[in-house]
Design a protein around this ligand. Structure first.
Ligand SMILES: [Ca+2]
Ligand SMILES: [Ca+2]
Length: 220
C-alpha cells in the first residue's frame, strides 16, 4: 500500500537554499537601487538649494545697492592695494599709503571682496545732502581659513567666508555663508557683483553655484 505524500510538508533545506540563492541578490539589488535613488534625490535637492541660496543672495545685494550713489562708493583696501600704493609712493611722495582694510576709492582695475556706499532712499532722494547711513558689504574669511587657494580648515571649501551687511556700524544681516569668491567690480557706473558659494551635504559631497549681478549706480 502506497502512503500518499503529505501535501502540507514544509520546504526542504535544499529548496530553502535555492530560494535564498535566488532571492538574496535580488533583495540586495533592490536595496542598493533604493539607496542610490535616495542619494540622487538628496544630491539634486542640495544642488538646487545651493543654486537658489546663491541666486537669492545676489539678488539681495543688487536690490540693496541699486539706490547707491557712485560718488559714495568705496572698497576695502587689500594687501595688493597697500603694496601698489607703497610702490607708487616711491615715484610720487604725495601718494598716501592706505592701511590694510581701510576704505578707499574703488581702483580702476581688478575687483575687491568688500564694498560700501551711501544711497538716497525714497524719502531722502529729493535732498542730495541727506544720504542714507553707510551700507557695507563686508566679506570675512572663516576662522581657520587664509586667502591662499587652499582648504585650510579641511571642510572642502576653499578660502571660504561669510558676507555681512552692515548699516552704519550695525551688523544687520549675514547675507550668505560658505562664500568662496566675493567680488565687487566698479567700472564707470556699472557695479558688478559676483558670488560663488559652496555647500556640503551629509555625505560630504560638495555643490557649487555662482551668480553675477550688474547694476547701474546713481549719479545723483
Ligand atoms: Ca575650508
Ligand atoms: Ca585657504
Amino acid at each position: 500500500m502506497v502512503t500518499p505524500r503529505n501535501s502540507q510538508r514544509g520546504f526542504t533545506l535544499v529548496e530553502l537554499m535555492i530560494v535564498m540563492v535566488v532571492a538574496v541578490p535580488i533583495l540586495g539589488a533592490i536595496t542598493v537601487t533604493g539607496s542610490l535613488v535616495r542619494d540622487e534625490i538628496n544630491s539634486s535637492e542640495t544642488a538646487a538649494l545651493t543654486a537658489e541660496s546663491c541666486r537669492i543672495a545676489g539678488q539681495r545685494l543688487a536690490n540693496l545697492a541699486r539706490p547707491g550713489l557712485i560718488s559714495t562708493c568705496m572698497v576695502m583696501a587689500t594687501q595688493e592695494d597697500v603694496n601698489a600704493a607703497i610702490a607708487a609712493q616711491l615715484l610720487n611722495p604725495t601718494i598716501v599709503v592706505p592701511a590694510l582694510g581701510e576704505w578707499i576709492s574703488p581702483p580702476t582695475t581688478g575687483s575687491r571682496p568688500s564694498f560700501r556706499f551711501q544711497g538716497a532712499d525714497g524719502r531722502l532722494s529729493m535732498n542730495a545732502a541727506a544720504l542714507t547711513p553707510v551700507r557695507r558689504f563686508v566679506f570675512s574669511l572663516d576662522q581657520g581659513e587664509s586667502p591662499n587657494g587652499v582648504d585650510d580648515d579641511g571642510d572642502g571649501l576653499i578660502d571660504e567666508g561669510g558676507l555681512q551687511l552692515l548699516i552704519g556700524n550695525l551688523p544687520v544681516q549675514l547675507v550668505i555663508t560658505g562664500v568662496e569668491r566675493c567680488e565687487f567690480t566698479l567700472r564707470g557706473r556699472v557695479l558688478t557683483m559676483l558670488l560663488a558659494v559652496a555647500r556640503r551635504d551629509s555625505k560630504g559631497h560638495l555643490y557649487r553655484a555662482t551668480t553675477t549681478q550688474s547694476i547701474l549706480m546713481r549719479n545723483t
